[in-house]
Ligand binder design. Structure first.
Ligand code: BGC
Length: 768
């Protein structure tokens, strides 16, 4: 680490500074928070390690699912016997205190060394109290809310003895076909890093050994979201430059926030599977970042090295993954079957086994498992669905909605919020009462019965006599008669709330890639027939990703992206539709017109022949529009850009201003970047103001814009505020052509804007 940092031309990167400090003086907030960087643990780890046989050491590196499988089955069930022999260090997919305690009793009372089991689960957006899916949570642009929701999830999970979550997923996702886009924070590394750190802080709390804290896992390390064609598990080709600037930063942020574990991914990166990749696992994670926690494989990703084609048998798979830096084998059993023999035959040094066992024991000690191995069964039920968690679930849902469009309806005012003029409301579409869809994928112990649907909340709000409900069609099915009946119902109403989208569980999440991103089944027909009635329509879209709906955006006056909102779907939507709460979410992914545009992301490189004539670089040599980077039959721009989101008032932005017109690359200093923002509407409102930069003339091409800050401001009608950001030196750092983080002399542009496509930039010179 030290050498690497000092070879950098100038250490502008706080990352380097932080990592150096970490190995020398472990007294930072991270140490206090997690314990895994606390040298005081090391003595306990070493003392225990000295007592362990090789087989017991290997046992700590073995993890099985003992409940509902979350991948292909492994066929093992003899866990009790194995635990008693010290052959299992971790179990997952168990979810009651009774069960965790039963297994724990065997480990603590029957195994020779009494090393407790650590129990894990995919606690992704809540445990029992289910929050909106992570893509929606990120759309709040509010890390504090995300942290608080992770805290609630930790409180509930830990009450059952689960002290380890396989979350946050911090994969950058640029392709909406990939079903797992729903699990992450979208396409941007800066926002993704803020969210990654927020989840870690929430799960792990101020101290990892507090009973209600759980260990976080940043996954899937790394590049999983770059799956070619958006097809889950597919291979990835990622240059080191893109890896460093785009895919690695959220993992770095999670590690810096103290994440206790990292999960290695399924995908191959440039031909080397991520679960056998010494560059990412050893060089970057351990040597450069100084990570001291556990590297866990993904489900059977060690055995899958055979399918990848870099191992011809299970033994080789075990050896390659282990030597590359995967400490723990999730579910595939190959470490259990081969690691000890590999040591005995001299193919794996025992010192390497010790290293991995230290990583595991360190986390177990840091969690306080040796002191408190059992869950308190009497506390379990009372920990679930507490009022503060439910209230937070509603707030997060409200803040996650993105108002994509809100054009005037009859009478000239925007359709939303719904006015009292609309006395009879028709609620049409399959998603208004689909409880399981509202939960989204990876819904932990969430139950449909915990969800308050839009239908139920609306009926409560307006009274049954003012509401007419018709499902219209199902998500994927429906008849002509269903369509006709829905149209007849719409005809009786003053306004139609149309709830369309994809199935929250069957069509989003793992192994749920889609090649077509329109409305499934006959929903598009339903949409067109309802619009044809001429009634004002507000479309509420339920989805775990952007859907390509150009027809809807052209013909429907109001469209709200509700994502998959969790247990408080109904109350949050009703409050938003009626204006008790204003939507303030902003897109964290570019919303495409069509699948042919994918992958699409705002922070793209420019090409030598950009189609965008408003580009800041020199104009092209001639005005020919033919030989430019574009499609013949589709726009380059997305339907809605990253950062887009309307609310019930409007804002005007002044041009960006900087506190200096230049800075020195060799000694970059923080700058102030600001703009005036005015509430030009007649309602009070909040706006997420965004800061972007662009660098030109650098050794390696840089994105046309890159997010470097955001803040939420509240403005009364007519009020103007000067919104100021501190633009830190690392905002200008890039991974250069010599594989170093540097600030280079360059021409820069800085925007303070409402999204990634608008704004008037200020110019900045970065001098040598
Ligand atoms: C998923 C992981 C998950 C694991 C354990 C895998 O299939 O890729 O995200 O944490 O299963 O359930």
């Amino acid at each position: 680490m030290r050498n690497l940092c000092t070879t950098i031309a100038f250490s502008v990167l706080l990352a380097c500074v932080a990592a150096e400090t970490k190995s020398e003086a472990p007294t930072t907030a991270i140490e206090a928070r997690t314990g895994i960087y606390d040298p005081a643990l090391d003595a306990r780890v070493e003392a225990l390690l000295r007592k362990m046989t090789l087989e017991e050491k290997v046992g700590q590196l073995v993890q099985y699912s003992a409940g509902q499988p979350t991948g292909p089955g492994t066929g093992r069930t003899d866990y009790e016997d194995m635990i008693a022999k010290g052959q299992i260090g971790a179990l997952f997919n168990i979810s009651t205190a009774k069960e965790t305690n039963a297994y724990q009793r065997i480990a603590v009372e029957k195994s020779r060394l009494k090393i407790p089991i650590v129990f894990g689960l995919d606690v992704i957006h809540g445990f029992r109290t289910i929050f909106p899916v992570p893509l929606a949570m990120a759309s709040t642009w509010d890390p504090k809310l995300v942290e608080q929701s992770a805290r609630i999830a930790a409180r509930e999970a830990s009450a059952t003895g689960i002290r380890w979550t396989f979350s946050p997923m911090v994969d950058i996702a640029r392709d909406a076909r990939w079903g797992r886009m729903t699990e992450g924070a979208g396409e941007d590394p800066f926002l993704g890093s803020e969210m990654a750190a927020a989840y870690v802080r929430g799960y792990q709390g101020m101290r990892l050994d507090a009973p209600a804290s759980i260990a976080a896992t940043a996954k899937h390390y790394v590049g999983y979201g770059a799956a070619e064609g958006g097809r889950d598990y597919n291979t990835t080709e990622i240059s080191e430059h893109t890896l460093r600037q785009i895919y690695l930063p959220p993992f770095r942020a999670a590690v810096d926030a103290g994440a206790a574990t990292i999960m290695s991914a399924f995908n191959a990166i440039n031909g080397v599977p991520a679960s056998a990749n010494p560059f990412t696992l050893r060089q970057v994670l351990r040597e450069e970042w100084g990570f001291r926690g556990i590297v866990d494989s993904d489900w059977e990703s060690v055995r899958e090295l055979i399918q990848h084609g870099i191992a011809n048998d299970r033994e080789t798979a075990a050896r390659k993954a282990f030597l590359a830096g995967v400490d723990v084998d999730m579910a595939s059993s190959v470490y259990h079957d081969y690691l000890a023999a590999l040591v005995k035959s001299g193919q794996v040094p025992e010192a390497r086994i010790d290293e991995s066992v230290r990583n595991v024991l360190r986390v177990k000690f840091a969690l306080g498992l040796f002191e408190r191995p059992y869950a308190d069964e009497s506390r379990e039920a009372a920990a679930m669905l507490r009022p503060d968690g439910i209230a937070l679930a509603r707030t997060v849902a409200e803040r996650s909605f993105v108002l994509l469009k809100n054009a005037p309806g009859p009478g000239g005012a925007p359709i939303l919020p719904l006015s009292d003029r609309f006395r009879r409301i028709a609620l049409i579409g399959p998603l208004a009462d689909d409880l399981n869809s509202a939960l989204g994928s990876w819904a932990g112990l969430g139950r449909g019965e915990d969800v308050t649907s839009l239908e139920a909340a609306l009926a409560q709000r307006v009274g049954a006599q003012s509401l007419v409900r018709h499902k219209g069609v199902g998500i994927t099915d429906g008849s002509d008669a269903d369509l006709a009946a829905a149209v007849a119902v719409a005809a009786t109403a003053d306004v139609v709330i149309l709830t369309l989208g994809e199935s929250g569980q069957a069509m989003t999440g793992e192994a749920a890639s889609r090649a077509h991103l329109g409305l499934p089944g006959r929903q598009q027909e339903l949409l067109e027939k309802i619009v044809a009635t001429g009634k004002p329509v507000a479309l509420v879209l339920f989805s775990g990703r952007p859907l390509t709906l150009p027809w809807a955006f052209e013909h429907v006056p109001a469209v709200l992206a509700a994502w998959l909102p969790g247990i408080q779907a109904g109350p949050a939507l009703v409050r938003t539709l009626f204006g008790d709460s204003s939507p303030t979410g902003k897109l964290v992914v570019s919303w495409p017109y069509s699948v042919g545009q994918l992958p699409i992301y705002y922070n793209a490189l420019n090409t030598g022949r950009p189609a965008n004539k408003k580009d800041l670089t020199e104009p092209p040599g001639d005005s020919d529009d033919m030989y430019v980077s574009r499609y013949l039959d589709e726009r380059n721009e997305p339907q809605f850009p990253f950062g887009h989101g309307l609310t019930y008032t409007t804002f005007r932005y002044g041009p960006a201003k900087l506190s200096a017109s230049s800075l020195k690359a060799s000694a970059p200093m923080a700058l102030a970047a600001s703009a005036e923002v005015t509430n030009t509407g007649s309602r009070a409102g909040e706006e997420v103001v965004q800061l972007y930069v662009r660098l030109m003339g650098t050794s390696v091409a840089q994105p046309v814009r890159a997010l470097k800050g955001f803040q939420r401001v509240a403005l009364a009608p007519g009020e103007t505020k000067e919104v100021t950001f501190s633009l830190r030196p690392d905002a200008f750092a890039l991974w250069n052509d010599r594989n170093q983080w540097v600030v280079e002399p360059a021409k820069a542009a800085v925007w303070v804007s409402p999204d990634s496509a608008q704004g008037t930039p200020a110019a900045l010179q970065i001098l040598p």
